[in-house]
Ligand binder design. Sequence first.
Ligand code: HEM
Length: 127
Amino acid sequence: MGTPENFHQAVGGDETFHRIVARFYAEVAKDELLRPMYPEEDLGPAEERLRLFLIQYWGGSHTYSDRRGHPRLRMRHAPFKIGPLERDAWLRCMRIAVDEENLSEPLRAQLWQYLEMAANSMMNAWV
Ligand code: HEM
């Protein structure tokens, strides 16, 4: 592989996002606060949506929007109460998943900064 053209390539492409999101949902499945928020019994489809979104966001394929249209993530999260506890639980699961990747520090920091910002911006409740 030559010089990476974007972040998606720099972290190792689709496979890296596949592992991170699979690990994240393994944690969600065990989380007492988060698990009941997911409307479907099978977390597989939700896992695929988050994976495709992150791949697209970081410069990989556009499959997320081809299937789902404009992300409008705040709007799509409106049905779920997301306060500080839910945000912290989401970030806790994601932190485990990201840390297990052993990315180089600049890449890990860039990914984590985005995820924290995104999680904060998804909040729609303050208790
Ligand atoms: C969907 C919870 C933050 C990306 C969902 C769903 C729930 C949820 C319950 C519905 C499951 C589904 O059917 O897909 C939360 C909670 C968060 C959070 C509690 C805490 C802050 C985030 C963040 C991102 C994100 C930070 C992006 C970086 C997505 C995506 C979908 C989704 C892409 C699927 C949207 C669609 O196409 O329908 N989330 N989320 N979420 N979430 Fe989150």
